[in-house]
Each structure stands twice: as structure tokens, then as C-alpha cells.
Design a protein around this ligand. Structure first.
Ligand code: 3H9
Length: 695
């Protein structure tokens, strides 16, 4: 039944119904991304029913407004009681129609959106349209017949690859044959209408009626390889099972199997965490406060001060985004080395096949070198990426304040120095902020956008937008030593060192964290980064770390010295436990009168993570981070926190803040360290029985 009608058609909630010359066009308009929430599902069901009931309608086309055809199921509905019609039922209704239904895919079709198109009797897609089943990225499997229909259209092995990879293919490019019936350059609507008419004459085909495609042997080989690569991911195993069913079971039974697996995965803690991350990342990139309303400045040209590894990586980000960039160095040798390093990095991408030679050449053309600070004069943004020396940075910003045009944004890439002090040296602190890129800057997604006391909201808005243009995940943070990520990392590292003194060995600590889900533990990471960096910083700030300091005094600087917390064999980066290090640690414990004891993985993780969570709470209290989920996004994208665990603050909410507060009180008593006492915010939330995200 139609909700409303006008002269040419009817409205079914977010679906417009217009019939002309025997073809009903159902146009979805459910911004921003046409997600298949309850209202859209009901609207589609109503519109399809209307078309089926109208004897003058001989075919149906489903189209959508906007750049996205349909982004899939509405992720925010998962975990809530399902509201009928549920998606599998709606798609069955579409597929069961006696008249042909054709999908006109004018833009991205993902998850349930692609599944809807698969349930139609034919698909016409715009050449550039992205098509994919990304459910595994949310810890799920396609749950609206995708695991049953896709194998019947493109073959079981190809279908499984598409689902486990989770990355979209393009209709006119990488899409496997059989996924669409026709591809066109412009709007697919006219061609879809023509195809619908022709199917009305020739008869329709239903995906569910096709036989399973492809050799079983090929499928089993593909499945074995994908299972090996994704061991421990329940959604991958469930996906394999569901696709395998297309060989053994009739469609309806296969779909029932898929549905049961989908519903069980929706309740899985890993999927819940991944869905939390999906929304947390989208929230993080939105400017807040005055920056939300400010007009961003345009950035057409950039300059980078310093052509080292960091400066070069940042320059590559601009070139990759098509923005001309000048690298400024103090000497010709340094500049040449920097430019060569960039060319080499691009060459590696060409060799790997991830970049064409033409694209490499175009990018290199956008990168210029200069020995003259005055070359910053034309830039809309200048990013300083020299070493961490306050006097040097202040000198540079003093000069930049004079040399650059009014409105040029001046950014420092410092990872812990006081951005306000640097800003004040420029004489125009309102144009200054921190842009903390992570190494390697051309690869890592995280960008901490550090707002100074005086930073103009328009500068912040520009930086947030620029971050997205550069393909980064920009997160706004405030000024403090180490900002959000490094400040919490310092707390974790202090606990890791403390554990060594109390009885653990580097390999015990690292194993506990890799078992938790990190790719590397703190000690292997320190060895890779080089122990001398932290040593120099501790010397400058009067801090100490007995084990790490002693290793540095012995010249054990990590991988580059073939020894650090571990020993390394020539030409190999695999860390090997080193008996010398174990003895050294035992001696240091004995010198300090500590009787060593053993720690299991669980205790190690608690010791490292709970103090970090406490630091995160202090960061929130001080207004350094805008939200707990921003802290999680930082740890997920800059520090290797496993996405399926949601982030440290998310974990805290799962464990319960009361338990964490109690643990920290006991630890503070045991170690006599007041800094470990639960912060006021943590105590308050724990007392109220709330979590960080329950706002
Ligand atoms: C599924 O389909 C399961 C089925 O198999 C079975 C079901 C029974 N739901 O990313 P953007 C919001 S699972 C709800 O910034 P872009 C997003 O939060 C789903 N909301 O845009 C944001 O909101 P806000 C499988 C969604 O242009 C706004 O839309 N599908 C959904 O950069 C704009 O999003 C996926 O996993 C959603 N599905 O990118 C695809 N999608 O403005 C998920 C987006 O309040 N989506 N929102 O922050 C995407 O990958 C991207 O959004 C897309 C557009 C590429 C489509």
C-alpha cells in the first residue's frame, strides 16, 4: 500500500514509485548512504508489492539516488530486536516476483546492498561502481543470501575470495564475470529499463535456481589457503562453511545455515567491537567545537621543512593526493638523499605492482626540492619535520612567521614537544597547530591533529579536512607531553620495564601481548625502533629505565646493533631470547633487592593495559581527547591495538570500571606509586556504575 501519492507516482517512505510504459522504477532516497534500515526495507517491500499487483506493470527497476547505491544493512540496527521485513525476506520477495526486477547500480553497492542486487533478476552497473561484500570486516558474513547467490553467479572460489577479502571490485574493471549483466559509462537507469523490458519478453532468471558454479576442488583449495591466512577469525570459517553449502544443500537450506551463522556472529564480542570501531572512526574525523562550524582554508600547495624519513613520507602523502609539495633542506646532500629515498619508495611500489610507472612519474613531478626557506612563500601549509629540538623548532617557526603569506598554516610534526611554545615563537600562534604523523608517514593512517591554545578553529577544520584528503584518519587532540598515543605508550612501557624487574623476561611480556592480538610486543618493538631514542629522551628529562639504560650502556641498541632486548642473527629480524639479557635482568632485580616471581599472560596484559586506561581517563579529564572512542581510534590506527578488541577504553567498559579501579588501587599500594591510583574520572564513573562510552 502506498504511503502517499502525487501526480506521477507514490512514496513508500524513502522509496519513490513511478510507473511508465509498463516499467515501475523504484528509486531509493535514504541519505547519507541508502543503508537498508527498517523504513527502507518496509518501503521497498511496499513498492515491490504495488508493482506486482499492477497488471499494467510488466517489469521493475530498482535505482537509488546519490553516490552510493546501497551501503548495506543499517549497522546500527544490529544487536537490536529485528524489525520486519528482515532483509532476507525482502530479498526473497524480490526474487520471487513473477515479473523481472533489474538493479540499476549507479554507485557503490556493499553488503546487503549488493545482496539486494544479486536477488534481482539482472544487474546493470555504472562502470566505476564499487561492488563488495565487506561483512567480514565487521566480524560477520553476508546474511541476506549473499553466500548462496554469489557462488551461483560467479563460482564458489571467486565468491569466497570476494567475501573474505572484503574489498570492493569495480563493475567495469576488477569485477569477476557474472557479477553484473551489463556495464555502462553513465547513469545505468535507461539501460536497466531496456533490459527489464527485454527480460519481460524473454523470461526471467533467478540466481537461486542456478547450479553451484565452479569446481569443488578449486573451492576447497581456495578455502584452505584463506583459512590458513585468517586463522582464528570465526567469520572467515563461517563464510567458508556457508559457501560450501552451495555444493551440498538446496538454496533454502543453505540460506538457513547462512542466517543462523550470521545471527550468532552478530552476538560475538569480536563483531560487536568491530562495529563499535566502524562508528568510532567515522565520529573521530568530524571536527568538533568551533571547528565544526569553521570554513576550511584551501590547500593547493605544501612545503615540508626537513627531508628525512618523516619529512619525505609526509611529502609523499601530498604527492599521492595530487598536491604539489616542496621539501626544504639545509644542505644539497641531505636534500638529494631525501629525494632519492622517495624515488626508491615509489620504485618499490611499482615493482610490487601497486603503482603504475605513469602514476609514479606523475607523483615525483609534484615533489620539488629547495635549499631556501623562502620557498615556503607560496605554500598554503608548511609542515616542519626536523628532529625534536625545541630551540631549533622555535627558530624555524620564528622565520616561518615572517616568510609565509598571511593565512598559511604552520604545522609541527613533533611527537611530544609543547606545541604552544612552538606556536608562540611564530608570532602568529593562531595559524599554528601540530600534525603528528606516524612512521612510515606515507603508510600509517593515524594523524593526531594537535590544537594549540590559540589555534584558529578554521585552521583545525582545514587540518581535519586535509587529513581525509591525504587518506589519513585525523583525530583531534590537545597539547600535553606525547599527546594521546605516546603519552599512554610511555605508561605502558614503564610497566613493561617494571615487570622485568619483578620477574618477567622480555619474551614473556611480548608473548602475552601478541597472544592478546598485537603483532609485536613492546620489547621487540623497542628493538626495531632503536633503544637509543628512548635513552636519549630519558637522559634529557632526568628519567631512568634500569634495564633499557643498561642495555644502551652496553651498546645493545636493538636490531641495528643485532642485539637489544633480544639477539638477532645476521640479515634476519627474528628476535631470539638472549640468555645474557635474562642474566642481566636477574642481576638488576637482585641489586634492587626484588625477589622475582612469575607472571602469566593474563596478569601481564592487566599490568600493561590497566595503567594505560587510567592515563586515558586522565587525558579525558584534562580535555586532551574529545572522547573515549577517539582514544581507541588512536590506539587502533597508530599502535597496533587489535581492531576486534575495540581499543583500550572499549576494553575497560567491557571489563567494568569498578574492577579496573580496584586493580589500580592495589597496584598503587603494592608499588608505592601514587601515579597509578585511579584518576578522579575513573573513580567517579566506577562509583556510578558507568563506562567511558555510556554517555
Ligand atoms: C550487511 O550489509 C549485512 C548483510 O549482509 C546482512 C543483513 C541481514 N549502516 O563512511 P562514510 C553512515 S553489513 C549504518 O563517512 P563515505 C556512517 O556512519 C554492512 N550507517 O561515507 C556515516 O554517518 P555519520 C555492510 C552507515 O562516503 C555516514 O553513513 N556494509 C552505514 O566515506 C557516511 O559514511 C558495509 O560495511 C551502514 N551500513 O563512504 C559498508 N554505512 O555521517 C559500510 C555508512 O553520522 N559503509 N553509514 O558519521 C562504508 O563502507 C562507507 O560508508 C561507504 C561510503 C563506502 C558506503
Amino acid at each position: 500500500m502506498a504511503d502517499a501519492s502525487n501526480g506521477n507516482g507514490h512514496e513508500h517512505g524513502p522509496v519513490r514509485y513511478a510507473a511508465a510504459d509498463g516499467v515501475a522504477v523504484l528509486t531509493i532516497a535514504n541519505p547519507p548512504v541508502n543503508a537498508l534500515g527498517a523504513a527502507l526495507r518496509a518501503g521497498l517491500a511496499g513498492a515491490v508489492t504495488q508493482a506486482g499487483a499492477d497488471p499494467s506493470v510488466e517489469a521493475v527497476v530498482v535505482a537509488a539516488e546519490g553516490k552510493v547505491f546501497i551501503a548495506g544493512a543499517d549497522i546500527s540496527e544490529f544487536g537490536k530486536p529485528p524489525v520486519p521485513p528482515v532483509l532476507p525476506d525482502l530479498l526473497e520477495q524480490i526474487e520471487a516476483m513473477e515479473i523481472p526486477v533489474v538493479a540499476a547500480i549507479g554507485g557503490t553497492a556493499l553488503g546487503g546492498g549488493l545482496e539486494l542486487a544479486l536477488a534481482c533478476h539482472a544487474r546493470v552497473a555504472k562502470s566505476g561502481a564499487k561492488l563488495g561484500l565487506p561483512e567480514v570486516k565487521l566480524g560477520l558474513i553476508p546474511g541476506a543470501g549473499g553466500t548462496q547467490r554469489l557462488p551461483r553467479l560467479i563460482g564458489a572460489a571467486a565468491a569466497l575470495k570476494l567475501m573474505i577479502d572484503g574489498e570492493p571490485v569495480t563493475a567495469g574493471g576488477t569485477a569477476p564475470s557474472g557479477l553484473t549483466d551489463a556495464v555502462c559509462e553513465g547513469d545505468p537507469l535507461e539501460q536497466a529499463i531496456a533490459m527489464a523490458r527485454s527480460l519481460a519478453q524473454s523470461g526471467l532468471r533467478r540466481s537461486r535456481d542456478a547450479d553451484a558454479q565452479g569446481a569443488r576442488e578449486e573451492f576447497e583449495e581456495t578455502a584452505a589457503a584463506l583459512l590458513k591466512r585468517n586463522a582464528g577469525h570465526p567469520s572467515v570459517a563461517a563464510c567458508v562453511e556457508a559457501v560450501r553449502a552451495t555444493f551440498d544443500l538446496p538454496f533454502a537450506e543453505g540460506q538457513a545455515k547462512e542466517r543462523a551463522a550470521f545471527l550468532s556472529l552478530v552476538e560475538d564480542t569480536r563483531s560487536k567491537a568491530l562495529r563499535y570501531v566502524f562508528f568510532a572512526e567515522r565520529r573521530a574525523v568530524r571536527p568538533v567545537g568551533a571547528a565544526a562550524d569553521a570554513q576550511p582554508r584551501s590547500i593547493d600547495r605544501a612545503a615540508i621543512i626537513g627531508g628525512g624519513t618523516m619529512g619525505g613520507g609526509i611529502a609523499m602523502c601530498f604527492a599521492n593526493a595530487g598536491i604539489p609539495v616542496t621539501i626544504i633542506e639545509t644542505g644539497q646532500d641531505g636534500l638529494d638523499r631525501g629525494l632519492q629515498r622517495i624515488a626508491k619508495n615509489y620504485d618499490i611500489s611499482v615493482k610490487r605492482g601497486s603503482l603504475s610507472e605513469d602514476a609514479r612519474d606523475a607523483r615525483l613531478k609534484l615533489i620539488h626540492g629547495s635549499l631556501d626557506m623562502e620557498s615556503t612563500g607560496e605554500a598554503d601549509i608548511v609542515i616542519e619535520a626536523v628532529f625534536e629540538d625545541m630551540a631549533l623548532k622555535k627558530d624555524i617557526f620564528g622565520r616561518l612567521g615572517q616568510l609565509t603569506k598571511a593565512g598559511t598554516i604552520l604545522a609541527t610534526n613533533t611527537s611530544y614537544l609543547d606545541v604552544n611554545e612552538i606556536a608562540n615563537a611564530s608570532g602568529r600562534p593562531e595559524d599554528v597547530l601540530g600534525l603528528h604523523f606516524f612512521s612510515p608517514a606515507n603508510v600509517m593512517r593515524l594523524l593526531e591533529v594537535v590544537r594549540g591554545e590559540a589555534t584558529d578553529p578554521a585552521v583545525l577544520a582545514t587540518a581535519m579536512k586535509l587529513g581525509s584528503v591525504l587518506g589519513k584518519l585525523p583525530v583531534m587532540v590537545g597539547v600535553c607531553h606525547g599527546f594521546v598515543g605516546n603519552r599512554m605508550l610511555a605508561v605502558r612501557n614503564a610497566q613493561a620495564e617494571q615487570l622485568l624487574l619483578e620477574g618477567a623476561l622480555p619474551q614473556n611480556v611480548d608473548r602475552a601481548l601478541t597472544a592478546f592480538g598485537f603483532r609485536m610486543g613492546p620489547f621487540a618493538t623497542s628493538d626495531m625502533a632503536g633503544l637509543d631514542i628512548g635513552w636519549r629522551m630519558r637522559q634529557a628529562t632526568g628519567q631512568s629505565a634500569p634495564v633499557a639504560d643498561t642495555l644502551c650502556e652496553m651498546g645493545r641498541f636493538g636490531q641495528k646493533a643485532a642485539k637489544g632486548f633480544y639477539r638477532y642473527e645476521e640479515g634476519d629480524r627474528t628476535p631470539h631470547a638472549d640468555e645474557d639479557v635474562s642474566q642481566l635482568i636477574e642481576r638488576i632485580s637482585a641489586d634492587r633487592g626484588v625477589s622475582r616471581r612469575s607472571f602469566d599472560d593474563r596478569e601481564i596484559v592487566q599490568r600493561l593495559v590497566y595503567p594505560m586506561i587510567n592515563e586515558g581517563a586522565k587525558i579525558l579529564e584534562e580535555g586532551i581527547a574529545n572522547s573515549a572512542s577517539d582514544i581507541d581510534v588512536i590506539w587502533l590506527n597508530g599502535y597496533g591495538w587489535p581492531a576486534w578488541r575495540g581499543g583500550p577504553m572499549y576494553l575497560a567498559d567491557q571489563v567494568g570500571l569498578q574492577e579496573i579501579a580496584r586493580y589500580l588501587e592495589d597496584l598503587a599500594d603494592e608499588l608505592g606509586l601514587e601515579s597509578l591510583r585511579p584518576s578522579a574520572l575513573l573513580r567517579q564513573l566506577a562509583a556510578e556504575g558507568r563506562g567511558f562510552s555510556s554517555d
